[in-house]
Design a protein around this ligand. Sequence first.
Ligand SMILES: Cc1cc2nc3c(=O)[nH]c(=O)nc-3n(C[C@H](O)[C@H](O)[C@H](O)COP(=O)(O)O)c2cc1C
Length: 364
Amino acid sequence: MNNAVMQKQAAFCAQFGLKHPVVQGPFGGGYSTVALAAAVSNAGGLGSFGAVNLSPDEITATVAALRANTRHPFAVNLWVPIAGHEDRVVHEDAWARALSVVAPRYRARGLEPPTRPAQWAHPFEAQVEALLAAAPPVLSVVMGVPPAEVIAAAHRRNIQVIATATTAHEAEALDAAGVDAIVASGSDAGGHRGAFLRDAEDSLVGTFSLVPQVVDAVKAPVIAAGGITDGRGLVAAFALGASAAQVGTAFLASHESGAPEVHKAMLGTRAARDTALTRVFSGRLARGIVNDAMRAFSPAADALLPYPMHNAMMAALRRDAARHNRADDLALWAGQAAPLAARRSAAEVLAALLSQAEEARKSL
Ligand SMILES: Cc1cc2nc3c(=O)[nH]c(=O)nc-3n(C[C@H](O)[C@H](O)[C@H](O)COP(=O)(O)O)c2cc1C
């Protein structure tokens, strides 16, 4: 790697107080753990905790637990609500139509079909208030441009803001808003990418195509994400001009992640070669390993509710599958490079990425 490439990484590490320019991607939906984020931060990367499903009190407690487990910088991640995409008003007939798709599968598992919850999701405003008060070193967001007052309040508290783009247009919008770094998340990525200027289906740019465009378009440092699962991918990300890499699936397979055992066991195998983008688990487009629930619900996808309503409707089914370690109803989130993942500790995942990258660099 030439000097200019290494200087970018060094500048990123200096900006965020890291030893290595590697971010552990945040995982919402119970896949994040304090142990995982702290292990990555303690090993010199930026550990992240996905807090989208947490209440304000849980956010406060999680930031305290992270502080207790690492003296190093870490990030906590929220989902910005997309204006007009989630008015959270669901008419009875829409609920009944969606329920008619989902209920038979609940009954087949011996479970009561879901009833309408008191609230679909924790309000972003209350989550962000708790997070700003807890003041983690980094606030990371996906699904939109954080409100100007949130960025300003974060900066007043010395919290750096990382936001996620799926297209060069989105990256420009985030840059104009003044975020401190931009994740350029290619469509290879596992889980939700969070397109917000156009439909997710119209924002499917692969990591190789997206990262150099975003690097050329913005002033903020760029963190490449999507399909970076071993050292070869890491070197490629830096060659494309990224200042750092965000790695999800490789850390999802680690001992410390919150993924159910059966999910971890599939990452790193031939079964993980077959991933697809689907809305059937959360109501938003996300990439996971093809399984029985994905196949069963996909033909009726038009009858399902959008996020966060559909996510709430599916929660008990997923919880039951996780409890019984059954892959058929789980959202088996995984990126397209998932077969390259390995079962290791999080520190070993980071060490392997760095040593493989060194080998890949030498072989160039
Ligand atoms: C299980 C899972 C949950 C995720 N949840 C979030 C999330 O809540 N917020 C977010 O910004 N990114 C989320 N992501 C995206 C990752 O942080 C990361 O950008 C992505 O996994 C990178 O692609 P890769 O899986 O190919 O490494 C999630 C990814 C996975 C696999």
